[in-house]
Design a protein around this ligand. Sequence first.
Ligand SMILES: Cc1cc2nc3c(=O)[nH]c(=O)nc-3n(C[C@H](O)[C@H](O)[C@H](O)COP(=O)(O)OP(=O)(O)OC[C@H]3O[C@@H](n4cnc5c(N)ncnc54)[C@H](O)[C@@H]3O)c2cc1C
Length: 464
Amino acid sequence: MNALNRLHAELGPAVSVDPDELAASRVDRSGWVADGTPLAIVRARGVADVQATLRIASEFGVPVVTRGAGTGVAGGACGSDGSIVLSVAGMNRILEIRPEDELAVVEPGVINQDLNDALAEHGLWFAPDPASKAISTVGGNIATNAGGLLCAKYGVTREAVLALTVVLADGSILKTGHRTVKGVTGYDLTALLTGSEGTLGVIVEATVRTLALPTGDTVTVGAVFPDIAAAAAASAAVTAGRLRPAVMELIDAVSVAIIADYLGPEASSTLPLTQGAFLLVQLDGDAALVHAERAAEVLRAAGGIVELSDDAASGESLLAIRRAFHPALTAHGEVLIEDVCVPRSRMAEMFEIISGISERTGIVIPTVAHAGDGNLHPNFVIKADPHRAVDDPIVPEAVWAAANELFHAALELGGTLTGEHGVGVLKQRWLAEELGDTGFDLQRRLKAVFDPKGILGPGTMFAS
Ligand SMILES: Cc1cc2nc3c(=O)[nH]c(=O)nc-3n(C[C@H](O)[C@H](O)[C@H](O)COP(=O)(O)OP(=O)(O)OC[C@H]3O[C@@H](n4cnc5c(N)ncnc54)[C@H](O)[C@@H]3O)c2cc1C
């Protein structure tokens, strides 16, 4: 009996070999298309299905690609040739909400927003807020250690994970972490598994920390600066002023022009959007208005034209400028969203380097940054190519060459290759450079301890 027969025999209707479904599993949202055709898709109905799949995969040496909602942007969830695509999206029950312990226990396929809707009834929330929160799973958020607009103040996913249940490559079950606020027994495997991108095991249950919903007002400040250097300096001044914004977003002039064009008369903010770079600062909590007024002063002193909004409607019109970033770009073609992070004090330099690469290569690179944590998203807009075959990569080599320069620059500034999107397939070739020989070798050996046959996450991170 071969692996496929065993899957059919043990998992019955959970297994699909429908060619259209197999083809759809070869892509995520990165623009990457995995080569070849996966062996099968298993839609796990529960932990036992995950265990059976991994036992069979281990026995036959078949690679396994774990998949949540498939919204990843690093190629990590793309079903490669001959692999089993193990979807946990259907394991989507919220198992427990414990307001007295401020925690929730969930299956991995729960959509982030659905968890938040359920928590809101108890005055709680799950803070990790990727822009994809309405479409991505909590398991995927944990596997990628996702971040978002609010994470400079409220933390990235790692800070919100207390305990995990994970099925290892051989089908056995590992439980890590604790339900208590504190707990330091043994190595912190929960932290190791958070961000491990499906290469160490399959997360089948998570105990997550929840926070009390913020009280008080939300006050939003928008400002336009003559150029990105001035806007970046202003955001650094806000940080230095210890104002702790919930959101601080920086958008370069190239992007602002594209957004202004996209929004047209819908741009109800009074700011002169066509005149340069944009900085959005949002403060929450009981002292929000006082802090927002101080932030507005800092931005004016730094040369900004400032609009402060303490009512929901005008605050929304300022936020709409940031929200329009992605749709405005996708109106012009496929978008490769890149992701580097630098110390906040080096953000202005990183913007300058990106604009230099753009001028030299002729490739337009609209860039937005989560300025509160130094995470920049340089974007590459790739025009539709009528001659591209279905299997051809969407991202041309010239774009990868520009991205390569950009990654090296981020590392030289003391930054990192990825602040939140992960390594996946797409950043594997730069991993050794950032980790160094000793770090790279140790992490590769760690991977082998969890997954001695090397079946998890083929072609990603440390897997060949
Ligand atoms: C419009 C848009 C906006 C986005 N904004 C953000 C953002 O602001 N911040 C951010 O961090 N990301 C963002 N992303 C990327 C993506 O949504 C996140 O990485 C998200 O956490 C992926 O969740 P998913 O359920 O789609 O996982 P998938 O894409 O299915 O998988 C992602 C990775 O996690 C692994 N994985 C998934 N589930 C499990 C599991 N249960 N056990 C083990 N491994 C698993 C996969 O193997 C893969 O390596 C965005 C994507 C889009 C399309």
